[in-house]
Design a protein around this ligand. Structure first.
Ligand code: HEM
Length: 422
């Protein structure tokens, strides 16, 4: 790398970067596509920014998901995970393990996420979506993150797991603590994770005596039929479903709505298609919103188990590697006019759900929730508009996730429509 390139390299990880990281990623893709950086936490990691390299890296078995391969921590403790968690065993989950354990555990939950099984949730997701909109439709304004995007996925995941309705508000509070303090003061996160862990252990115990049709009961059945699933692994599974399925979906709804409000022509096109009863644009549109400004900015941590090369860069054994999905999905080598939002885009094999053996298991549920949320908002609140200037909006500062702290909106209450009969 020449001095001029180093001098021209834009700053990463500041507030300005959080608001719009795409110009910095475009620079990296061109000048240093595989770039070693020091993260705000002090950990050094490689950022992979080109689509072709990103896709290959996500599927490379020489990169482990197990933090014990992190060279910077000989004691085997992850400096990258949630604090206070490793000892509790909740971190021994799908995103932190490799085959054969990964293959065994993933097979156990994959049945819960077939498109057919997930489709059974459609009426409940629609009911939740309408109930939340009913809560603010008469007011003419709302914060769509806190009043809409945030509660929807948490209730949906609770239903999927089989958390009784009367306990779901506790879950909402714990999850809220995790989101609010993510990357900030650590005590709050550790406390809510501990509460969640204790609750899950107790729930698994209770379900054993009264099995139902939910995911936790399915996991218990599997463990009773010789699938070698320990109670700790079952709790870790519930935790990863919450952890991976919650803030991601919040951000799909938040970033997706924001992108539509900032692209009025595309939004009008989608609104018209929905009014005509044509859902094809919603199907391609949700994928485009994932590509254009997806919820997961970087895939989770990977560690080189041996020296290897990515896009010409030499990676040492033990080095952490972060695949920047947000950069790869705007790569002009792969996508025509990548910075343009085109809801009808069909050649759109984006990496928003990852790639390879860790590809998002919850994608069918996320699609269902994202489509219900956006279609219902645009249909019931036809003149929805931003309630703040874009420059006044703040983005969460975390490394992995990309999402807004708040999304103030306004609309005319008299024009708000009622819930569709399902
Ligand atoms: C729009 C919403 C979502 C997005 C963008 C998303 C994105 C992703 C991505 C990028 C990965 C791969 C991470 C990596 O390889 O480092 C992943 C994995 C995963 N996701 Fe999602 N996700 C979403 C929703 C969900 C939901 C709703 C659930 C479950 C309720 C879920 C459960 C999981 C799990 C368990 C994994 C780990 C799979 C494995 O390691 O085998 N996700 N997700």
């Amino acid at each position: 790398m020449s001095e001029t390139q180093a001098a021209g390299r834009p700053a990463l990880f500041g507030w300005e970067f959080a608001a719009d990281p795409y110009p910095a990623y475009a620079w990296l893709r061109t000048h240093e596509p595989v770039h070693k950086t020091r993260l705000p936490s002090g950990v050094e990691a490689w950022l992979v920014t080109r689509y072709a390299d990103a896709r290959q890296t996500l599927a490379d078995p020489r990169l482990s998901k197990n933090p014990v391969h992190h060279a910077a921590d000989e004691a085997g403790r992850s400096r990258t995970g949630i604090p206070g968690e490793r000892s509790a065993g909740l971190m021994t989950h799908l995103l932190n393990i490799d085959p054969p354990d990964h293959t065994r555990l993933r097979r156990l939950v994959s049945k819960a996420f077939t498109p057919r099984r997930v489709a059974q949730f459609a009426p409940r997701v629609q009911e939740l979506t309408d109930g939340l909109i009913d809560g603010f439709a008469g007011r003419g304004e709302a914060d769509l993150i806190h009043e809409f995007a945030f509660p929807l996925p948490i209730y949906a995941i609770c239903d999927l797991l089989g958390v009784p309705r009367e306990d779901q508000d506790d879950f909402r509070d714990w999850a809220g603590m995790m989101i609010r303090h993510g990357g900030g003061p650590r005590g709050g996160v550790a406390r809510s994770v501990k509460k969640m862990r204790n609750y899950l252990a107790e729930l698994i115990h209770r379900k054993r005596a009264d099995l139902g049709d939910d995911l936790i009961s399915g996991l218990i059945r599997a463990s009773d039929h010789g699938e070698h699933l320990t109670e700790e692994e079952a709790a870790a599974m519930c935790f990863v479903l919450l952890f991976a399925g919650f803030e991601t979906t919040v951000n799909l709804i938040g970033n997706g709505t924001y992108a539509l409000l900032r692209n009025p022509a595309e939004r009008a096109r989608l609104q018209q298609a929905l009014a005509d009863g044509d859902e094809a644009l919603l199907d391609t549109g949700i994928e485009e919103l994932l590509r254009y400004d997806g919820p997961v900015e970087m895939a989770t941590w990977r560690y080189a188990t041996e020296p290897l090369r990515i896009g010409g860069a030499g990676i040492a054994a033990g080095d952490p590697v972060l695949v920047v999905l947000a950069a790869a999905d705007r790569d002009p080598e792969r996508f025509a006019c990548p910075d343009r939002l085109d809801l009808a885009r069909t050649d759109n094999q984006h990496l928003g759900y990852g790639h390879g053996i860790h590809y998002c298991i919850g994608a069918p549920l996320a699609r269902l929730e994202g489509k219900a949320a956006l279609a219902t908002l645009l249909t019931r609140l036809p003149d929805l508009r931003l309630g703040a200037a874009p420059d006044d909006l703040r983005w969460r500062g975390g490394l992995i996730m990309r999402g807004l702290r708040t999304l103030p909106v306004e609309f005319t209450p008299e024009r708000a429509g009622g819930a569709k009969k399902v």
